[in-house]
Design a binder for this molecule. Sequence first.
Ligand code: GRF
Length: 188
Amino acid sequence: MKKRVAVLISGRGSNLQALIDAEQDAYEIVAVVSNILCAAGLDRARAADIEALTLDHKPFGKDREAFERELNALLQSRKIDLIALAGFMRVLTPYFVNAWQERLVNIHPSLLPKFPGTKTHERALAAGESEHGCTVHLVTEEIDAGRILGQARMPIHADDTPETLAERVLTLEHNLYPRCLADYARTL
Ligand code: GRF
């Protein structure tokens, strides 16, 4: 049975597009949820006939859990098996992470455990790394530290900038994420 996947986004959704375009034989994207009402990724969902939902975090103020309880209810009512984070710009609380333990997957633009957090391309350059890439991993309470499901790597060239790295890493992401999500879905 295909696993029912919800993809959480906040922005352009190019990884969402890659997950949609891949042969979805192990998973089926049944919902896309964005906390940003005008996220471009929502149009990608609609174009693919996938339910596109918005849940604005702002009315919840600082109460992250209240936002997540609402999100959880949306996901539970759609019988979601697996969540794929794809540029979802909210830090998740232990409440949500524990509720979806082993069912919450993220893609991160660095070769974890190197460079968790933000500005990964700048930091890889500043550290004088010879290679860079991206990681698909399970989400745990500690940011970008859960079990690694897969990585894709590439060399860093002398003339690379954060922008050129971002572009090449994104191409790797689009290839890696669907493969890892499918492989993981098959193990559930
Ligand atoms: C990607 O770089 C991903 O690694 C990070 O957020 C970005 C999302 O880009 N988590 P997009 O919205 O999928 O184009």
